[in-house]
Design a protein around this ligand. Structure first.
Ligand code: ATP
Ligand code: MG
Length: 454
């Protein structure tokens, strides 16, 4: 209910509850159905089970289907479990097939089979066909509710056909044109249909150069195409160009959200996507391997500092700047990493060229390095009244920022090159690598210019 303001929400909520409490079916329907299905779903989720059972008897499968389409797939199982199985099967049949398939994919196989047997044949067949496709491919996110016409139809016939098909179609904005063999040969937008003369043929006005995606195509790639071409829907074909389904832009928005959260979890060193309902042990099991590897790397960093013990003994003040320099390296590395991973994920890097991006990062590192280096030189000088110490810290920060920025962008690009998912070049790793680099630079220079410091 986040999108309705609080007062509205309270009033609506009260009216709906009153109606339910007093068994006023008509009043409940009037209040509830006036809301957008998104808001209906939010109210629905907050209800007690008892009340929801009451609601199932007040609303039709079609009306419940709309509510279900606006609930997260991961949270939906309990609702279908509490419905009468016959009612649940009807709800599935009323949903758009792509949404129904997404939800059924979350349930266990036996339950799915039992729903499909109760469902009417036509709906069951459509759903069964879609259940076969591999997860995260065009086939798994497409829907089969699209409108097709033949190239030889007159515009008038096509309009009549469209009018008849419209109630069940996922979108009516594009009508696809197929030949005798059901191969995709053209597309025509609603705008084009409306402005054409009734006597014209579809083949006269259709667009023959149709952009399509194949059923096996990765959903991330499809999202990219949708963005590049700006279409509201894309047709899905098999390898012989048979039209199998369409993917609409609203499905693509879900894909983008899913892929983004995938990438960010990996960035944070969390393998797979941790869902919020995992218990502490399950989460710990996923994160521990990473943390243990990082622990070893961290010990290596510590032993590295140990090697400069002699330098540290002579100039103990050096120690207080370790966290500062290592921290700056980590910060800039993570920034560069995030930019690189996003560029790889969106495909922008391939388009603009890796070298251009690396060069740009080097430039950024240089500018930020010189600025921060100068600043810290002045600060350390004023604070410790030791010019050479200030210079050392400043130079270290400057050099470290250049190298760390480069590392942050190079590591994911190299991983990508070797077909390792760049998002696993996670933040903690870059941070640790940059710790090592920064300490080497800092103590290396301190050791070399020792006589200036004492
Ligand atoms: P315009 O942007 O030109 O005003 P529009 O807003 O009516 O057109 P868009 O969604 O922008 O429609 O689609 C532009 C054109 O692209 C339409 O003429 C439509 O026929 C065509 N089109 C739609 N889908 C595809 C596709 N998959 N491949 C090629 N062309 C397509
Ligand atoms: Mg347009």
């Amino acid at each position: 209910m986040e999108h309705l303001d609080d007062l509205e929400r309270q009033e609506m909520w009260k009216a709906i509850q009153d109606a339910l409490l007093n068994d006023h079916i008509d009043q409940f329907r009037a209040e509830f159905l006036e809301l957008h299905p998104y808001d209906q779903a939010r109210i629905f989720e907050e209800m007690d089970q008892e009340v929801r059972l009451q609601i199932y008897t007040y609303l039709s499968p079609e009306e419940i289907a709309e509510v279900m389409e606006h609930i997260d797939y991961e949270d939906i199982e309990p609702f279908f479990a509490e419905m009468d199985p016959r009612f649940a099967a009807q709800v599935f049949a009323e949903m758009s097939t792509d949404d129904a398939v997404d939800i059924l994919n979350e349930l266990d196989k036996e339950k799915v089979a039992s729903f499909l047997t109760i469902m009417d044949d036509e709906a069951a067949e459509e759903i069964k066909d879609l259940l076969h496709y591999e997860e995260k491919t065009g086939g798994s996110i497409m829907t089969t509710e699209f409108v097709v016409v033949k190239a030889g139809m007159k515009i008038r016939e096509a309009m009549l056909h469209l009018r008849k098909e419209a109630p069940d179609a996922e979108t009516i904005y594009y009508t696809y044109v197929i030949n005798e063999d059901k191969q995709l040969v053209g597309v025509i937008s609603l705008r084009d249909l409306i402005i054409s003369e009734e006597e014209w043929l579809i083949s006269d006005v259709m667009n023959e150069r149709v952009v399509s995606v194949s059923v096996g195509e990765d959903q991330e790639e499809i999202a990219r195409m949708m963005r590049d071409y700006d279409f509201l829907a894309l047709p899905v074909v098999d390898f012989q160009d048979h039209l199998l389904g369409i993917i609409t832009v609203d499905d693509i928005m879900d894909v983008m959200e899913e892929e983004a959260s995938d990438d960010y979890s990996k960035l944070a060193g969390i393998s797979d996507v941790e869902s919020t309902d995992e218990n502490a042990f399950q989460s710990a099991k996923k994160r521990l391997p990473w943390l243990i590897i990082l622990l070893f790397l961290g010990s290596f960093t510590a032993s590295l500092i140990g090697r400069f013990e002699e330098t540290l003994d002579k100039v103990a003040i050096l120690a207080i700047f370790i966290p500062l320099i290592a921290g700056m390296a980590g910060n800039t590395g993570t920034q560069a990493l995030a930019v690189a991973v996003r560029g790889i994920a969106t495909g922008d890097i391939d388009k603009q060229g890796k070298w251009k991006m690396i060069l740009k990062e080097a430039g950024t590192g240089l500018i930020t390095g010189i600025s921060c280096g100068l600043l810290i030189t002045i600060i350390v000088y004023l604070w410790q009244s030791n010019f050479y110490l200030g210079l050392l810290v400043g130079l270290s920060v400057a050099l470290t920022l250049v190298v760390a920025t480069l590392a942050g962008s190079l590591v994911p690009i190299i991983m990508h090159r070797f077909n390792i998912d760049p998002a696993v070049a996670s933040g903690p790793f870059i941070t640790t690598i940059n710790d090592i680099i920064s300490i080497l630079i800092y103590f290396g220079m301190a050791t070399a210019f020792m006589n200036l410091l004492i």
